[in-house]
Ligand binder design. Structure first.
Ligand SMILES: Cc1cc2nc3c(=O)[nH]c(=O)nc-3n(C[C@H](O)[C@H](O)[C@H](O)COP(=O)(O)OP(=O)(O)OC[C@H]3O[C@@H](n4cnc5c(N)ncnc54)[C@H](O)[C@@H]3O)c2cc1C
Length: 416
């Protein structure tokens, strides 16, 4: 590995300090690598997101040593309220032994991960934008907008949906705009049940997409909606849908009278084609949204970003020729995500039809407590999407694992 020389030479340089980049950095530091994590933003910075953390994300965060109390507006969630296109509402509760889902504003979550990276010895550089790279068999040199450069054995591209690195490598499909497009805004003075409940609304015009309201402390929520970009819908139409959605009776009832929207809404694409994405080129491995790893059923990608970030570093740590490392990383990505991606695609087709969405919620309504609880665990990715058809991933505590952070949901473990 390259010798660490305080200014410009590292074992690993990571561009992008979202969840994928920070996970890669923290994992690499834990394996004894010298790491530099660079982002064009200065933290804390916002990221357009629903802020929802699945069990998959929580298990990764716990492993990275992130404590919930490092995120001031962390909100534990104990289930979800789902509404079908026909208006049937079903509550799916999560078990109470540990945390299975939470909401954490990205401004705070990403900042706390960057702080965690610094804590474990990562060199973090903010306000510096990737411009170019040059790689050969031995190393990679990355240059930035201030004309500085960093040389490393490996580069991890964690630079998000638009990934300038993926583009520079010629690996972005022409005219690529992502599989989903999603809107989000914060609201305050929420007096209805949405102040403490997580809602998912499968409204007819959004299928197979959905609208959400995720609770935050202090009677605030993160509210938004996402739709699949299937060529028929234009982002322009989404602006109309947004104002219409906020006046729908079930949404108004959930938020309560007098709720106020904060700032302005933001919108951002979501990439979900990990089956076709290029995972690495030369001495560069691509992770998170840059490798298009979000779940194509829900558009959730924080857990997948954390997972791919850590797995890229574990593949690098195996050593060997660049082709061996790239192959090892690709295999890990596919082992973790490929079957689930295909399952999500199939389920998404069912949800795309109104009858399918109504039928799915009706089945849940009659499922009984045990069925609904296990559905909630599956929905929040406590087990992989395609667990039923991938016996290699079955384990003794299937659907019986306790939640994360080892304490009952709703209690603060680190208040001492
Ligand atoms: C509206 C919306 C709602 C969503 N809701 C959820 C949800 O509730 N739960 C969930 O799990 N997922 C959700 N997602 C998906 C989730 O936001 C992403 O999957 C996740 O942010 C991916 O993390 P990442 O680290 O790969 O990329 P990002 O979080 O996008 O981070 C990329 C980083 O790269 C940096 N960067 C970019 N270009 C450069 C450059 N040239 N030089 C240096 N740095 C650069 C950026 O500043 C940024 O910090 C949602 C997405 C959207 C759009």
């Amino acid at each position: 590995m390259a010798s660490s020389d305080a200014t410009s030479t590292y074992d690993l340089v990571i561009v992008g300090a979202g969840p994928a980049g920070s996970a890669a950095a923290i994992t690499a530091a834990g394996l004894g690598m010298s790491v530099c994590l660079v982002d064009k933003a200065t933290f804390p910075r916002d990221k357009c997101c629903g802020d929802g953390l699945t069990t998959l994300a929580l298990r990764q965060l716990e492993e990275l040593g992130l404590r919930p109390d490092a995120v001031p507006q962390w909100y534990d969630v104990d289930g979800a309220w789902l509404r079908s296109p026909s208006g049937r509402e079903v509550h799916v509760p999560l078990p109470s032994e540990g945390r299975y889902a939470a909401v954490a504003p990205r401004r705070e979550l990403d900042d706390s991960l960057v702080r965690r990276a610094r804590e474990v010895g990562v060199m973090v550089i903010e306000g510096r934008s990737f411009v170019d790279l040059d790689q050969d068999h031995r190393s990679v040199v990355v240059t930035f907008d201030d004309k500085s450069s960093i040389e490393a054995d490996w580069l991890v591209a964690a630079d998000g949906m638009w990934s300038p690195i993926r583009k520079r490598l010629g690996m972005t499909p022409p005219s690529y705009l992502g599989e989903w497009h999603a809107f989000r805004q914060y609201a305050r003075n929420v007096s209805g049940p949405a102040a403490s409940r997580l809602y998912v609304w499968f409204d007819r015009d959004l299928l197979p997409g959905y609208a959400w309201s995720f609770p935050l402390p202090g009677n605030r929520v993160n509210i938004g909606f996402g739709i699949l970009r299937d060529g028929e819908r234009r982002v322009q139409d989404m602006k109309q849908t947004w104002s219409d959605l906020l006046s729908r009776p079930h949404v108004v009832d959930a938020l309560g009278p007098g709720f106020e929207l904060e700032d302005r809404h933001t919108a951002w694409p979501i990439p979900a084609r990990v089956d076709r994405a290029v995972t690495g080129v030369g001495r560069t491995l691509i992770v998170g949204d840059a490798v298009m790893a979000t779940d194509t059923l829900t558009g959730e990608g924080i857990g997948q970003a954390l997972l791919t970030g850590s797995e890229a570093v574990r593949a690098i740590a195996l050593g060997g020729e660049p082709t061996d490392v790239r192959r090892a990383y690709r295999r890990r990505v596919h082992e973790h995500l490929l079957a689930d991606h295909r399952m999500s695609e199939r389920l998404s087709k069912i949800l795309a039809r109104e009858r399918g969405a109504n039928g799915a919620i009706a089945v849940l309504d009659h499922a009984g407590n045990w069925g609904r609880r296990n559905f909630a665990r599956w929905m929040f990715e406590d087990e992989p999407r395609a667990i039923a058809v991938t016996p290699r991933r079955w384990h003794r505590r299937l659907f019986r694992q306790t939640g994360t952070y080892g304490i009952p949901s709703g209690q603060l473990p680190f208040g001492e």
